[in-house]
Design a binder for this molecule. Structure first.
Ligand SMILES: [Zn+2]
Length: 327
């Protein structure tokens, strides 16, 4: 939702409050403490007095916004600006956009990232052609060969291709998922780098997690957690941690020392996702601390999985903000 749309839909603080009340209480506003609908008229501070329990109540009581002193409208606009920025934004940009202090913008953005992380837990199991790969945030550059040459014939991969195409998998690349040729990748594999592992379903959703050790056991557990291993074929590079994946799932290894893609068998989709993450983290966030990295990763996952309809993110995050917490 862009700024024109949100200012049409939510022009005033009252319009935001009424929207929030409708989400939380339905047609009739109730006391957030005791549930009674015997309330005073709305006061100038948008709160009501409850005639049953005598408390001063509002729509944000016991929600994520319980302690906020900001107008609801500021939150609505923050969610709009953040979800509308395709590549993410810095807290500094958010600060400028919604006229709050830098620490406030920073705190708001982090709360929203936590909610994105919760939303990501509802991602359906991945299936079909799934690609898995890892990236390293904050490490030294690692060199890649140019992936853009035409590969020679490979009979062992031709056999796999025939086998899986007979099972119904379609490896032909879709225009939008075709990765661009990168002559010089900036991905690092330095020892100080933080590791992130991702799995993407072709033309579908992505999952990604920060991983301490890239062992077979950890990688396998991640596949089991997120992928329908019965009805999927996994594509990875020849990193040793992936070598035994065929024990749990159909598996194609593309040896990146020799080639990057063979007749549509490649990990271009997950590579494209890493390009977004790396550009985003380097460009917008400069440096990310290890503690916060999972939140940043969650933001990119959430954006990617909602790339076809960004308005959904706006309404989902608003609903999350207004969910009641058990206190
Ligand atoms: Zn009450």
């Amino acid at each position: 939702m862009n700024l024109i749309e949100i200012s049409d839909r939510f022009p005033t603080e009252l319009s935001c409050i009424e929207y929030a009340e409708n989400i939380r209480f339905g047609k009739k506003v109730k006391c957030a403490y005791c549930g009674s609908d015997k309330l005073s008229v709305r006061r100038p501070d948008y709160r009501h007095k409850c005639f049953n329990c005598n408390k001063s109540t509002s729509v944000t009581v016991n929600t994520e916004l319980h302690d906020t002193r900001l107008p609801l409208k500021t939150w609505f606009y923050a969610v709009s600006v953040i979800t509308d920025a395709k590549k993410g934004m810095s807290a500094l940009q958010l600060q400028r956009n919604i006229s709050v202090s830098y620490p406030t913008a920073f705190t708001m953005y982090h709360k929203l990232r936590e909610l994105m992380m919760q939303e990501n837990k509802g991602t359906p199991e991945l299936e079909g052609i799934v690609e898995m790969d890892e990236t390293f945030i904050g490490g030294k550059p690692r060199k890649f060969n140019n992936p853009c040459y035409e590969p020679k014939r490979r009979s062992e991969l031709d056999l796999l291709l025939e086998k899986y195409e007979n099972e119904g998998y379609d490896f032909s690349p879709k225009e939008s998922s075709r990765a661009k040729c990168k002559k010089d990748s900036k991905r690092g594999r330095g020892t100080d780098a933080m590791k992130v592992v991702g799995i993407v379903e072709r033309n579908g959703n992505v999952v990604a997690e920060v991983m301490e050790t890239l062992s077979y056991e950890n990688l396998r557990d991640m596949v089991k957690k997120y992928v329908d291993t019965k009805d999927s074929v996994l594509i990875t590079d020849n990193y040793k941690g992936y070598n035994s994946m065929k024990k749990i799932i159909d598996h194609i290894i593309i040896d990146h020392k020799e080639l990057y893609s063979y007749k549509g068998m490649n990990s271009n989709s997950i590579e494209s996702f890493w390009a977004i993450v790396e550009r985003g983290i380097m460009g917008q966030y400069h440096s990310v601390s290890p503690e916060k990295l999972p939140n940043y990763v969650a933001e990119f996952v959430y954006r990617y999985n909602n790339r076809k309809d960004t308005t959904i993110m706006f309404y989902e995050l608003l609903e999350r903000l207004l969910e009641t917490k058990n206190k």
